[in-house]
Design a binder for this molecule. Structure first.
Ligand code: SF4
Ligand code: MG
Length: 326
């Protein structure tokens, strides 16, 4: 059937002075109302660029969509007239960015910024817009919302500012919320609070959520499904429990090994050796092969396809063995 949001075989490249960087190389995923898809990967894996392409904000650096479709309620955003697409932004799909300080306008109070959104997009009066702004700040649990709407973004702590950002992203009642590393800039306690808030809001509003992160530790309690990205492709996709219980791609296995464990406090982390690939020169065959502990000759020669094995998918030449193991 049709999904609420469907990314299909998306290809994006950046044409730079040094050459063409293949940033997204055939990504497909979907999200429905009431579920959270986590998109996991190191920086440069293409997870943010996919989100920016969905939002239609892929303008800097010089990014080009070279193939695929992004369907929202069955309509392709990539071929939709600009006016129509602008309406989808905010109302259909909305985004929370990592850096709330640079996403908010520093010279206006947060109340004014939210009220403006209601005035422009909903034709509300300033007074009504302010009322709605207070309600929204209240919903994201900002204490004393009625006075805090008169504050400027820099007057909020990092965590409170991220709540403001979330409030703004909810203003037009989106059906899908994309959160791109929403807690990366925050300390651990505040991170957990923001993740709880996002989960609660997602539940209450029955939204679909795409949670983009490099941190596998953040998503366990919140996500339903996980798509793991590497070099612009999805290398593994599974529901969150199966993925943690039995990762079936060597990259996911390495990511899980690198998680800090409470029972091993003080010990050094198992970081994945080597660097993420240079997207101007993606390694042949399986892009992960230079870093993979399981790599064999076939890995640099042939690119493994993402194959479906039961209710999960893995792009490794040894996927079947990995799925079949005890
Ligand atoms: Fe490793 Fe080969 Fe599987 Fe790639 S295809 S993840 S290099 S074993
Ligand atoms: Mg990013």
């Amino acid at each position: 059937g049709q999904h609420l949001l469907e990314v299909e075989n998306l290809h994006v490249e950046f044409r730079t002075r040094d050459g063409v960087a293949k940033v997204i190389n055939g990504v497909s995923y979907h999200v429905d109302a009431g579920e959270t898809l986590a998109v996991l990967g190191e920086s440069g894996s293409g997870k943010s660029v996919t989100a920016q392409t969905i939002m239609g904000i892929l303008d800097t650096p010089p990014g080009f969509v070279t193939g695929g479709a992004i369907r929202f309620r069955g309509k392709d955003l990539l071929t939709m007239p600009k006016d129509e697409r602008r309406l989808v932004r905010g109302e259909g799909i909305s985004m929370v960015f990592q850096d709330a300080l640079s996403a908010l306008n520093p010279v206006f109070t947060v109340g004014f910024q939210i009220a403006e959104l209601f005035r422009k997009r909903r034709g509300m009066s300033r007074a009504d817009g302010r009322k709605r702004a207070i309600e929204l700040l209240d919903q994201v649990k900002i204490p004393a919302a009625a006075t805090r709407i008169n504050d400027y973004p820099h007057q909020f702590s990092g965590g409170m500012r991220q709540r403001v950002m979330i409030a703004m992203s909810l203003a037009l009642d989106p059906e899908i919320l994309i959160a791109d590393e929403p807690t990366t800039a925050l300390d651990v306690t505040v991170q957990a609070q923001i993740m709880d808030l996002l989960a609660e809001i997602r539940r209450e509003r029955n939204m679909g959520m795409i949670l983009i992160t490099h941190d596998l530790g953040v998503v366990a309690d919140v996500a339903d499904r996980i798509a793991v990205m590497y070099a612009g492709r999805i290398v593994e996709q599974a529901d969150v429990h199966s993925l943690y219980a039995k990762p079936c791609h060597p990259y996911t296995m390495a990511l899980l090994d690198s998680l800090p464990r409470l029972d091993l406090k003080g010990q050094e982390l198992n970081t994945i050796k080597g660097l993420p690939p240079n997207l101007l020169r993606i390694p042949s065959g399986c892009a992960f092969h230079p870093r993979c502990r399981m790599a064999r000759d076939i890995c640099s020669a042939e690119r493994p396809a993402l194959i479906q094995l039961g209710d999960r998918a893995s792009a490794c030449h040894f996927a079947e063995e990995l799925v079949g193991r005890e």
